[in-house]
Design a protein around this ligand. Structure first.
Ligand code: URA
Length: 243
């Protein structure tokens, strides 16, 4: 906590109750600041102060929250939507100001970072930073070495310029009577609308399933089930901040 905040806000942010609930706790003399019963909800608290409620120490809320969601298909990457389920419904926090860092399409699964740290989000999303994102895709058709080379050079997805060099890896191909299918991994360092789908289309393939595996130093943990959302570990956060 960098600056002084009102006691009632400090307590509400720390999860001790709503603003009106914590005001009542203060009135009842249940809140102590540095060993004396607090009387005013507007009293200013800094990181030096020791605050307790009902005799239990209250730790200040962290400045920002960071969550890793294994986004399932069927929800949109937005904070609010009048008609659709949003990714925020999976986040185990009531903190205001949380938002998804970037977008995955409604039918895309995989790693999505949710935070209220705007500066970090900006770092990750800025086109100048070229943060790598790796996707697993199942596509119709047989992906070839020519496609790998085309992705390395950049493909035309109808933008002003070709896409930046991307790494395409062929994981599996299966010939079928109707033309076959392939599983690939594609690593890109841009974030244009429907980028992976459009890049695969540029080499004549249609994405039928898409999952984000990594973003910068963050990787989707194998034990994080679809729809599960957990706080970043301190190691993940450190890697993210020191990149
Ligand atoms: N590229 C896409 O086409 N869709 C996504 O959801 C993410 C990247």
């Amino acid at each position: 906590m960098g600056k002084a905040v009102r006691l009632d806000k400090f307590l509400a942010d720390a999860g001790s109750g709503t603003r009106s609930e914590v005001k009542k706790l203060i009135q009842k003399g249940k809140v102590m600041v540095n060993g004396s019963a607090a009387k005013r909800p507007e009293q200013k608290i800094t990181e030096e102060d020791e605050v307790s409620v009902n005799g239990e120490a209250v730790a200040a809320a962290p400045e920002f929250e960071y969550f890793l969601l294994h986004k399932p298909a069927g929800c949109v990457s937005a904070t609010e939507d009048a008609r659709e389920k949003t990714v925020m419904e999976y986040v185990p926090s009531k903190r205001k100001g949380l938002f998804p860092v970037g977008r995955l399409d409604k039918d895309t699964e995989g790693l999505l970072l949710i935070t209220d740290d705007g500066a970090l989000a900006h770092e990750l999303l800025s086109p100048k930073k070229h943060v790598e994102k790796t996707y697993f895709a199942r596509v119709s058709g047989i992906v070839t070495q020519e496609d790998v080379l085309a992705m390395e050079k950049g493909v035309d997805i109808g933008e002003e310029k070709l896409t930046l060099p991307a790494r395409l890896e062929i994981l599996r191909t299966e010939q079928e009577a109707g033309g076959g299918m392939s599983e690939v991994s594609l690593t890109i360092c841009e974030g244009k609308f429907h980028q992976v789908k459009r890049m695969m289309e540029a080499v004549g393939k249609q994405v039928v399933y898409l999952k984000r595996i990594s973003m910068g130093p963050l990787t989707l943990p194998e034990d994080l089930e679809r729809g599960e959302c957990r706080p970043l570990t301190s190691e993940e956060l450190e890697k993210l901040k020191s990149r």
